[in-house]
Design a protein around this ligand. Structure first.
Ligand code: FES
Length: 499
């Protein structure tokens, strides 16, 4: 594409375009697949975007960061800890780049206007009675007038786009093609993890060198010194540490990402108890890892907690999101015959050390799927489901997310307020509660659950199903799905670890 063309008609990645008009990337992808929106080399022009979403410019600017705001507000994971505004160096570099682009755009636009005016004058001087020639003159006149009336809408969208580019940098990762935005002074690693990417790293602190990446294009800035030494050769080929650098401009990087659970090694970490809350006979255990030794995991996985000596050991699903790798959450039902549960309910206190070994398990999101998501949790099966939902929110990609939380009685839904907050804040999140006593494992008791799910979802085959509960519930859901034509590959179950 010629530079003048790029300047006049800015092209956006799908993530940038979706964010600008406040929709899901998947929704935009669908419209592209349906032929509603044309793309060029996988990019969308502002002009095409405006044609597809003509109302966009009318909305106020809060829509620009719509998905970010509601996502953060919803699960109270405000990672905007005062560093959401870029520092002055970054801002001045971006303002300079934008000024340069503006002056180039103005100059190119001025030339085009002159050419069009000259063309109109020259056409007016030609004497001919050819009807095609008159049609051409009329078309030029109408197209010029239409362009003027469209200018206001385009200007608003361009202004929104410029503001976004000033406040955030767009990062594209090769070879995966994943992309994300960096806000404020966040490091590239922090921003990538927050966006739900499984980037390679270990210490987050410049010691291990595992977060190495190669800069393909754009500008970065070192924000933190590091002990890990990069050789001169590595530096010469653009290698740098993502945990110690921020993006100044939009960048393209080459780096390693985990593509499946085998890519993440087993880790052993000694964490500290930060807080224990008790709700409806369930303990919500919050652990904090050392800053330099965080747990890398996929949402939905589990770990072993305790050393089996000072603290009885058990396997437990992590209920928090991998995007907040220092703060690990677990949900433990108060079961009398379980030594770990008794220890948590009776002896464990803030400040105590507790060993973590893991992660393990294959109950993870299929990130290649474009289908909407259905999560079904029985009681504390909500733990891995919560992790998956928070990860899906970080990815911000699913068109619809349905959560069915089944408990014997309403008061057993120990995080009901959180689910309601998600529903209030997120347009695409739907929360359904089901009261059913499934403790007996009697499959007859599953029928009201299955009926509610079928009544709620029109075409079951349009969804991926994630079920965390007892084996019998998973089997009942699998039978229901099979009867309604849902392929096995669209259903994954996780048996409750701790009951
Ligand atoms: S994660 Fe260890 S150096 Fe960046």
């Amino acid at each position: 594409m010629k530079k003048s063309q790029r300047i006049i008609n800015r092209y956006l990645s799908l993530s940038q375009a979706a964010r600008l008009v406040g929709i899901k990337r998947r929704t935009l992808q669908k419209r592209i697949q349906d032929g509603d929106i044309l793309t060029f080399e996988g990019m969308v022009s502002l002009e095409e975007l405006l044609k597809a979403y003509p109302q966009t410019e009318i909305e106020d600017n809060t829509m620009i960061e719509h998905s970010q705001h509601i996502k953060h507000a919803a699960y109270n994971k405000l990672l905007r800890d005062g560093n959401s505004v870029p520092d002055t160096d970054v801002l001045s570099t971006r303002v300079t780049a934008l000024c340069q682009e503006l002056s180039e755009t103005r100059s190119v636009a001025k030339k085009y206007v002159e050419i069009v005016e000259q063309l109109a004058q020259r056409l007016a001087k030609i004497k001919t009675s050819e009807p095609e020639f008159d049609a051409l003159k009329l078309w030029l006149k109408q197209a010029t007038e239409a362009q003027r009336s469209d200018a206001q809408a385009s200007a608003q969208l361009l202004a929104n786009d410029t503001l976004l580019r000033l406040m955030t940098a767009h990062v594209r990762i090769l070879p995966s093609g994943h992309d994300f935005f960096v806000e404020g002074t966040s490091s590239l690693l922090e921003a990538g993890l927050r966006a739900g990417l499984a980037l390679n790293y270990a210490c987050s602190n410049g010691n291990c060198g595992k977060c190495k990446a190669r800069l393909i294009s754009g500008d970065i800035k070192q924000t933190q010194t590091h002990d890990f030494m990069l050789s001169d050769e590595q530096k010469a080929t653009g290698e740098f540490l993502m945990c110690c650098n921020a993006a100044i401009s939009d960048v393209v990087l080459e780096t390693v990402e985990a593509s499946n659970t085998r890519d993440i090694p087993e880790q052993q970490i000694s964490a500290k108890v930060k807080k224990i809350e008790f709700r409806s006979n369930v303990a919500l255990l919050h652990l904090k890892t050392p800053r330099t030794k965080r747990l890398r995991f996929f949402a939905g996985q589990y770990v072993t907690l305790g050393d089996g000596q000072t603290i009885p050991s058990t396997e437990l699903s992590i209920s928090s999101c991998p995007c907040d790798d220092m703060n690990l959450h677990f949900q433990i039902p108060g079961i009398e015959h379980n030594a770990f549960a008794q220890h948590v309910f009776q002896s464990l206190k803030p400040g105590d050390a507790i060993d973590i070994v893991g992660p393990r398990g294959e109950f993870v999101l299929d990130e290649n799927s474009v289908r909407s998501l259905v999560f079904i949790a029985w009681h504390t099966g909500f733990a891995p489901i919560k992790s998956l939902i928070e990860h899906a929110m970080a990815l911000d990609d699913a068109e619809h997310i349905h959560l069915f939380w089944i408990t014997a009685k309403p008061s057993d839904r120990y995080m009901d307020n959180l689910c309601r907050a998600w529903q209030d804040a997120l347009d695409n999140f739907h929360y359904h509660t089901i009261d059913a006593d499934l403790l007996s494992d009697d499959t007859e008791t599953h029928q009201p659950v299955l009926d509610t799910i079928c009544d709620t979802l029109e075409h079951l085959a349009d969804y991926d199903f994630y079920i965390a509960g007892r084996e019998t519930l998973i089997s009942s859901c699998a039978n229901m799905a099979q009867q309604r034509g849902v392929p096995n590959t669209q259903l994954i179950g996780d048996t409750i670890k701790h009951e």
